[in-house]
Design a protein around this ligand. Structure first.
Ligand code: ARG
Ligand code: MN
Ligand code: MN
Length: 301
């Protein structure tokens, strides 16, 4: 097993969507014992604290349907800087959200080292909307499109200008709520998606085996895991803002994490959308930390 130097970065951002409380996600995940859990496996942990999230006083806000654009730009820009500093120091970035818009910053920061980065997007949603296709104006529904270079220029040009991730380097796992514009984009760009249909039909073991093989064939220099807790069924992770029934089970999720650990491909990770206000006794943060255990090498025997 790899022994890693892991740096935790908290991003208390809830401006990428409309339900307050997900800004408390980093606290909830820390409270659930993330540091101790990973230290017990043998990794060395450093908590870098939280990114500063501020309300931007700007009298001349541009006309846009994107909610809280300036706030998301500020926080994700700072996150990108922080992530790039962590990898410069040879450490493994482990980011706690916050809503999923934070991935814009994480992925941007990772490109300072990884020029051909792969991404595993574990989520009920595709998060491939742009301002034109978004049904909600919520930026947490857009980060994957932004990282491909599509969307508002202020988001696309965070940290460095333009595309951060190639569409053919992305694998989405667990999708079951996809908007019409997202569906069109998936088809147009040939993005690899394992929906709940494939997970039910072939089993998680076969899906993960294929996903890992697919990424291994792409000559990547790193693979980022972006895990939205709403990828799991709300039965297991009720503390999320946009729950969708019919999701991935607790057991399938642990298996997926164990298979990623076995493959040794993952070079950074983030756990997002934990909203303790909507949760039941911190259940969702507990699941997040349990999954981190499997991802970082906990074994049953
Ligand atoms: N990261 C998430 N939970 N995203 C949910 C997005 C929901 C919907 N597709 C939207 O764009 O508004
Ligand atoms: Mn989601
Ligand atoms: Mn998401």
């Amino acid at each position: 097993m790899r022994k890693l130097d892991i740096s935790i970065i908290g991003v208390p951002l809830d401006y990428g969507q409309s339900r307050r409380g997900v800004d408390m996600g980093p606290s909830a995940i820390r409270y659930a014992g993330a540091m101790k859990r990973l230290e017990a496996i043998g990794h060395s942990l450093q908590d870098e604290g939280d990114i500063q999230v501020s309300v931007i006083e700007n009298k001349n806000r541009e006309e846009t349907n994107l909610k809280n654009l300036e706030e998301v730009v500020q926080a994700t820009s700072e996150l990108a800087n922080r992530v790039s500093r962590v990898i410069e120091n040879g450490r493994f970035p482990l980011v706690f959200g916050g809503d999923h818009s934070i991935a814009i910053g994480t992925l941007a920061g990772l490109t300072s080292k990884y020029k051909n980065l792969g991404v595993i997007w574990y989520d009920a949603h595709a998060d491939l909307n742009t301002a034109e296709t978004s049904p909600s104006g919520n930026i947490h529904g857009m980060p994957l499109a932004v990282s491909m270079g599509l969307g508002h220029e202020k988001l696309v040009n965070i940290f460095t200008d333009g595309q951060k991730v190639k569409p053919e380097n992305i694998v989405i796992i667990g999708a079951r709520s996809v908007d019409p514009g997202e569906r069109a984009l998936i088809k147009k760009r040939g993005i690899k998606v394992y929906t709940m249909h494939e997970i039910d039909r072939d089993g998680m073991s076969s899906v993960m085996k294929e996903a890992i093989e697919y990424l291994k064939c792409r000559n990547l220099d790193g693979v980022h895991l972006s895990l939205d807790l709403d990828g799991l069924d709300p039965l297991y992770t009720p503390g999320v803002g946009t729950p969708v029934p019919g999701g991935i089970s607790y057991r399938e999720s642990h298996l997926a994490m164990e298979m990623l650990e076995d493959s040794g491909v993952i070079t950074s990770a983030e756990f997002v959308e934990v909203n303790p206000i909507l949760d039941e006794k911190n259940k969702t943060a507990d699941v997040a930390v349990g999954l981190m255990g499997s991802l970082f090498g906990e074994k049953l025997l």
